[in-house]
Design a protein around this ligand. Structure first.
Ligand code: BDR
Ligand code: CA
Length: 320
């Protein structure tokens, strides 16, 4: 039953922009967002280089929209490279096209004309103050560029909910989580932007692992979406990534908007290490307030994973 804080019970959908680098877990996040039209209005999906280069992440966004039966959400191609560091992709995790294990067709359409950064700026400029929530599922390059290009958009942002960073060990290096490592300078700009930030870090998203039983039950629905998700989530993953199973990092961003009751966390001061070396991309989270600096991020640290996946799969069952 929807609770009082459940946006499923709210008549007006919340406007969001999804910035993403699909990636299997990005795909599940986008599918989830497209399955809850009554709660979320997806103003645009903007692609960034990350798991794979941006030409491929852009094509992947269209392939994911096609699977969801969506032909109308604008899909914009964004930054080709991080702000200052060289591009570092993760085909060794996601496969050569970023969506290994999935059963996606070739993209049905070209990306929408106009660069992702310009699209973010123009959507935000047209919005009322606090009118759009930015959902960041990849390196923060596009969002940092939009903030630098047009700081007047900042009041229009309700919040930036991002998957990135880690309180404990990293996944791409011992110190760093992939999205922040991939563009640490962009992460530093976004974390310093002064708007409300919500951090879905690795310490929490590694708790969000769908069980084989839950995946199998969803697969039994027999839809194209279920077949594809089953293929992606049961695919063997490279070892040493800190979990068994396939963690659903990015869907936590969308789930936070839908079901905040499933998550716990606290406001903290968070800093990003931008210098080269073993700590590049490290997020230092002042969980106990030792530095006595103002909090800039709501850091999420717990999730009720069984309920999360019950709810995610119930929504995804409505897709083709
Ligand atoms: C993040 O990195 C990517 O590989 C995933 O899509 C997720 O956004 C996890 O570190
Ligand atoms: Ca991602």
């Amino acid at each position: 039953m929807p609770g009082p804080r459940d946006p499923m019970s709210v008549p007006n959908p919340r406007s969001i922009i999804i910035d993403t680098d699909p990636g299997q877990d990005d795909a599940v996040a986008i599918l989830l967002a497209l399955s809850v039209r009554e709660a979320l209005r997806v103003e645009a999906i903007t692609a960034v280089a990350g798991n794979v280069p941006v030409a491929q992440t852009t094509a992947n966004v269209v392939r994911i929209c096609d699977l969801a039966g969506d032909t109308t959400v604008p899909v914009h191609r964004g930054a080709e490279t991080p702000l200052l560091v060289p591009l570092h992709t993760a085909e060794f995790v996601c496969g050569p096209d970023g969506l290994a294990g999935g059963d996606f067709a070739a993209p049905s359409r070209e990306p929408t004309p106009g660069n992702a950064v310009e699209a973010i700026v123009s959507i935000l400029r047209a919005a009322p103050d606090g009118g759009v929530t930015v959902c960041a599922l990849g390196p923060l390059t596009n969002i940092a560029l939009a903030i630098r290009l047009a700081p007047d958009i900042l009041p229009k942002i309700a919040s930036i909910v991002f998957m990135g960073g880690a309180m404990n060990l990293g996944n791409i290096t011992p110190a760093a989580e992939f999205n922040v490592f991939a563009d640490p300078h962009a992460a530093a700009i976004v974390l310093g932007c002064g708007r409300p930030m919500v951090m879905m870090g690795l310490h929490m998203t590694l708790q969000a692992i769908a069980t084989h039983e839950a995946i199998a039950a969803f697969a039994a629905t027999g839809t194209a979406t279920a077949r594809t998700i089953n293929g992606m989530l049961t695919r063997p993953r490279p070892g040493g990534l800190g979990s068994v199973g396939h963690p659903m990092h990015d869907p936590c961003v969308i789930a936070w908007l839908l079901w905040p009751d499933l998550f716990g966390g606290r406001d903290c001061h968070v800093q990003v290490e931008t210098s080269e070396g073993p700590l590049r991309g490290r997020t230092t989270i002042d969980w106990h307030g030792r530095l006595r600096l103002p909090a800039n991020v709501h850091v999420v640290d717990t999730v009720d994973a069984p309920t999360l996946f019950d709810r995610i799969f119930a929504r995804l069952a409505a897709l083709p």
